[in-house]
Structure formats: structure tokens, C-alpha cells
Write a protein that binds this ligand. Structure first.
Ligand SMILES: [Zn+2]
Length: 291
């Protein structure tokens, strides 16, 4: 099967909930909307999966039947750069999220690595990197197949700028690059203004991780509001006063022959995911007509 850019929501769309849909109904409803990815939100989970294995497997088989690519967003309560007890508890949470991700056949478990806290930045990052190597080794010993997906973060006090995430992907086995474009925009105080700004990220990723890792990156996208601390709030694609502009990213996706999984984090999840899909189609057609 040829790889293609996929689109889907971060979590269950509000309309599906109003319809009384069960979690295992979500893939079919997404397919009916023309979407083909779904990121399950396990963001409030503790040290154990907060979902039954049977339920997760049911979601997984519904996703396969409807050709919806699954990912899972792991617990927010993770700080791998924290004190020993905190880091140990964080590792357990990541393993719990990875276990359920495997049950549902998710290809990546997205997570936030942690906070610099009072530590010097390089030290905090090194601590995080070492902890992740242990998590990766434990996942392998447990036979978990899902990839670890460290995400580029949007706030100044969070570990996970683009360079740090690339280093994790270079040094930790079994990782999948996760780029949150809204976060990159927020942390740079709105630096993504032209297609070249997106292109520069693609070039850097390609240079460090290679062409295939670039093309198969996992992405989060929404417009974003920021303060001096970085990320403040996600916004819909139609809100003109906020960036970044998805069309510019779509140009880069076409030019670099990328096939990312695009997870939409806007407040109107599936509606904006469809808009992004439509925009990519338009950009592709306009570039093809120029050839
Ligand atoms: Zn996230």
C-alpha cells in the first residue's frame, strides 16, 4: 500500500459524543467523513491503562477495518527530567500508555518529555534522554511494538525544542518523530510566516534523520495563540489573526514528497482536519498543473 498523508482528530469529535457514539464507533464515523487517522487521548492516565484491553482491541480492529491509522497521546503527567521518584513514576505512566497503544494497534505513542525545572537545561535534557533509553529498553523487553513519539513542545519551561527532539530520535531506539507545528510557531513567537520557514524545519529534519524519517513524520497542527511563555490556546483554521497557515505546510509536504499523519488539534477537530485535507489536495493540484 502506497503511503499517503492521513488526517484525523486529536480525540473524539464533539459531534460524535453528542450522537452517543462509543469509542469503537469512532473509526467508522471518521471514514464516513473522509478521514483516516485518529489519536486516542490517554492524557489523564496514571500508572495503569485506564481502559480495558478488550475495549482497546475493539477500537483497534474497528480502525483496521475502516483503514484509520491509530496513534495514542500518552499521559500529561510525565516529567522525565524530574527528581528520581517523579522520573520513575513518569516511566510507569509511559509504559501504561504504550501497553494500551499496543492493544489498539497504534503505531506511535505521543508524549511530552518533561520540564527543565530548576535544573540547568543541558542537565535536564541529559536526564530525560537517559530515562527514555531505559523506557525504550523496557518496552522491548515487554514486547511492546508501538514507537515512542516525543513531541516538540510549545512552552519555554518544557523540555522538547526541535533540536532536543531530533537528538532523542537519533539516540533512542524505537522512536518516531512528532512535530507539533503550532508549538513550533508559539515557542518562536510566531516565526512561521512564509513557506520557507516550514521548509527550513523540513531541511533540518532531513539532514539529521534522513529522508524517510522526514517523509513519515507524525504531526500535530492547529492555529495557536501565544504569550512570552509560549503556547496559550489552540484556535480554528478560520481565525485569520492566528498562525500558522496550513497552506504553507501543505506546500512543503508536496515539495518534499512527505506522507505525514496529520492530527488536528483545533477546537473543531474533525471539521478542521477535513479542511486541511482539502487544502493539501488543492495545493497538490495547483503544483501539478504548473508542471
Ligand atoms: Zn501533545
Amino acid at each position: 500500500m502506497a503511503e499517503r498523508t492521513r488526517f484525523g482528530p486529536a480525540g473524539v469529535p464533539p459531534m460524535f459524543r453528542l450522537m452517543g457514539a462509543k469509542t469503537s464507533d469512532v473509526p467508522k464515523l471518521l471514514r464516513e467523513e473522509g478521514l483516516d487517522a485518529f489519536e486516542y487521548q490517554a492524557v489523564r492516565w496514571g500508572p495503569k491503562p485506564q481502559m480495558k484491553q478488550e475495549e482497546a482491541e475493539k477500537l483497534g480492529s474497528a480502525a483496521r477495518e475502516n483503514d484509520v491509522r491509530m496513534s495514542l497521546h500518552g499521559s500529561y503527567y510525565v516529567n522525565l527530567s524530574g527528581k528520581k521518584e517523579v522520573a520513575e513514576a513518569s516511566k510507569k505512566r509511559l509504559i501504561a500508555s504504550a501497553t494500551a497503544a499496543d492493544w489498539m494497534g497504534a503505531y506511535v505513542m505521543v508524549f511530552h518529555t518533561g520540564f527543565y525545572g530548576r535544573f540547568e537545561k543541558d542537565f535536564a535534557f541529559k536526564t530525560c534522554l537517559d530515562a527514555l533509553k531505559e523506557v525504550s529498553a523496557e518496552m522491548r523487553s515487554l514486547g511492546l511494538r508501538v514507537k515512542l513519539g516525543p513531541e516538540t513542545m510549545g512552552r519555554k519551561f518544557q523540555v522538547g525544542n526541535l533540536d532536543e527532539i531530533l537528538t532523542i530520535c537519533e539516540q533512542v531506539e524505537g522512536t518516531q518523530l512528532v512535530v507539533d507545528w503550532g508549538h513550533l510557531h508559539a515557542i518562536s513567537f510566531g516565526a512561521f510566516k512564509k513557506p520557507e520557514d516550514f521548509r527550513a524545519v523540513a531541511e533540518k529534519v532531513e539532514q539529521r534523520l534522513g529522508t524517510e524519517k522526514l517523509r513519515s513524520m507524525h504531526c500535530h497542527f492547529s492555529k495557536i495563540e501565544f504569550t512570552l511563555q509560549g503556547e496559550k490556546r489552540h484556535h480554528t483554521l478560520d481565525e485569520k489573526r492566528y498562525g500558522p497557515d496550513f497552506r504553507m505546510l501543505a506546500e512543503v509536504i508536496v515539495d518534499f514528497k512527505m506522507h505525514p499523519t496529520m492530527i488536528c488539534e483545533s477546537p473543531i477537530l474533525d471539521v478542521d482536519a477535513r479542511k486541511m485535507k482539502e487544502t493539501l489536495k488543492q495545493v497538490l493540484e495547483s503544483k501539478q498543473s504548473k508542471v
